[in-house]
Design a protein around this ligand. Sequence first.
Ligand code: ZN
Ligand code: ZN
Length: 210
Amino acid sequence: MNKNISIPLVKIGSEMIVTFGKSNSNLKNVYHIDTILSEWTKSFLNEYSLISDDKDYQELSGILKLIKEQGVYRIEGNIEFEPLLECVRSLTLFREKISAEVKGFFVPINSQKYQQSGISKFSNANENDEIELSESDLESYAFQGNSIQLDELLLDTMFCALPELPLCREDCKGLCSECGTDLNETDMAGKIVIVEHNKKCSHHKPLKIQ
Ligand SMILES: [Zn+2]
Ligand SMILES: [Zn+2]
């Protein structure tokens, strides 16, 4: 496993496209990344079951554009992924396709721009210092040497795109507050299920004998 998902600066030049997953684009100057599994991303990918041996399962897809502007690299694009989430009402596990906008700047660590940016203030600050970060500071990442590491940017992007309160379906009825029975009348595949409460539950109705 690679430690990082890194792109050599010499490959980027002034502008380049980075693609993930199965892509059949005809774009020029494309750097394709098969997997975003690295030492950095491993625990996140595992937590949301974003790694699978299934060949048809696509862990992540997307297109990013990297542009060099006055020594700073701007990156923007879109990624799609399908994490395994747990419904906050019914505790059902389900996959949801999420599309997330990627936006960030990579600033060389030994540059003036880095010294002026919020990221350097942040890393040099004492615990009690209050630092005001501007919007571009929040999207800034430092880099050193002759490559850019995408791990942190990708993790931040995916993490922020996760739903705060995942619901397996919009009108999920959740669980019975007394006995914990799933109150949805269909399963995740849409198949009708019988909602039957525990015998001790006050909602329990004996099945009518016809
Ligand atoms: Zn649910
Ligand atoms: Zn019940």
